[in-house]
Write a protein that binds this ligand. Structure first.
Ligand code: ZN
Ligand code: ZN
Length: 364
């Protein structure tokens, strides 16, 4: 039976203020809508950016969180892909099937991704903006049914939640955005949760040289654990020169910027071999720019491109990553640095800023 309910979640009312746990109202699921009970939610950098006003001030108040695993609790009219009791990972890309990209067979670029139509509302009557159309730092949330991707029962909710954003983004960037091939060389600039997922993706794709680049020695150690064959610390040496040295003087076939800063991007652009691909994953500050010699860029060839959500298709890729995890091919246990409560979400942002965690995961 579909019914309205009061849930609890971390809500950010204004920029640069701590998120606070509040009660909010979830309407009864309408057509194609689903209410889920959140099991676990990763704390991703995008939540921090939204909270800090990076996406503008128009959308406050935010219901934080967008990386979650959940149980389907109540379904609206016309929902056929999931049923009550299903174990799901929530996706912030749910291709519409009708936009100009979906129509030409490129649903991973969907420009009208599906979200719940109805609004969730604060206890004092204001429309909430769930981050990336989901909102997972909460007991329950309302989503479009196509945002629910069913996975096999019995897999741990903490690890599965990470597939919903960071892990998928990193692995997809390696497999799909760069299309890493067996025997290739790769450099990953920024070895946090997403960068380490790129490293895992490159390893799964059969790359033979995987270079982790970070200014934090602790992160370089973690990177080795995920499959980096070499590490470079730009604080200690010229990163581009060292990457070329490791790759026989040539540079890498594919490079990844997973930090969101311009020094990291410069390293990623110039550490490539001829015709190499540079993939931007990190979201930079709106005010940041880089300059480069167009002729030098032309001479190097290849491409510079962005990767949104690792060019993934959640219906295809979430069950695949869950299977790889259960087969021991994807070390998601090592990404879960800390399991915390909803009350500890705010502190998790600080731990992230201090670089102490790959991922804190809220367990509901
Ligand atoms: Zn579409
Ligand atoms: Zn995210």
């Amino acid at each position: 039976m579909a019914d309205a309910m009061i849930a609890r979640g971390v809500i950010s009312r204004e920029p640069n203020q701590p998120g606070v746990i509040e009660e909010f109202h979830i309407p009864a699921p309408g057509p194609q809508e689903v209410r889920v009970r959140i099991l676990a939610s990763g704390v991703c950098h995008t939540d921090l950016s939204a909270k800090n006003g990076v996406f503008g001030t128009d959308y406050f108040p935010f219901l934080l969180g967008h990386e979650g695993s959940a149980i389907v609790e109540s379904v609206g009219e016309g929902v056929t892909n999931v049923a009550e009791g299903d174990y799901v990972i929530l996706a912030w890309r749910a291709p519409c099937g009708e936009c100009r990209f979906c129509q030409v067979g490129k649903p991973h670029l969907c420009a009208a991704s599906l979200n719940a139509k109805q609004k969730m509302i604060t206890h004092d009557g204001i429309d909430l903006t769930p981050i990336l159309g989901i909102g997972t730092f909460c007991t329950h949330t309302l989503v479009h049914c196509k945002q629910c991707i069913p996975i096999a029962e019995g897999l741990p909710p903490e690890q599965m939640s990470l597939i919903g954003c960071g892990v998928m983004t990193g692995i997809g960037a390696a497999l799909y955005s760069a299309g890493v091939q067996p025997g290739q060389s790769v450099a990953v600039v920024g070895c946090g949760g997403v960068g380490d997922s790129v490293i895992m993706g490159a390893k799964l794709a059969g790359a033979t040289t995987i270079i982790g680049v970070d200014i934090d020695p602790r992160k370089l150690e973690w990177a080795k654990g995920f499959g980096a064959t070499h590490t470079v610390n730009p604080k200690e040496e010229d990163a581009v020169a060292r990457i070329k040295e490791i790759t026989g003087g040539f540079g890498v076939n594919a490079s990844f910027e997973a930090v969101g800063n311009t020094d990291a991007l410069n390293t990623a652009i110039w550490c490539r071999d001829l015709a190499g691909t540079c993939v931007i994953i990190g979201v930079a500050d709106r005010t940041k720019t880089i300059e480069f010699s167009v002729a030098s860029f032309f001479d190097l060839g290849g491409q510079l491109r962005s990767s949104w959500y690792g060019d993934c298709l959640p219906t295809r890729d979430f069950p695949m990553l869950a299977a790889w995890y259960s087969q021991g091919r994807l070390d998601l246990d090592a990404i879960v640095t800390k399991v915390i409560t909803l009350e500890e979400a705010e502190e998790a942002f600080h731990a992230m800023e201090r670089g102490e965690t790959l991922r804190s995961v809220i367990r509901l």
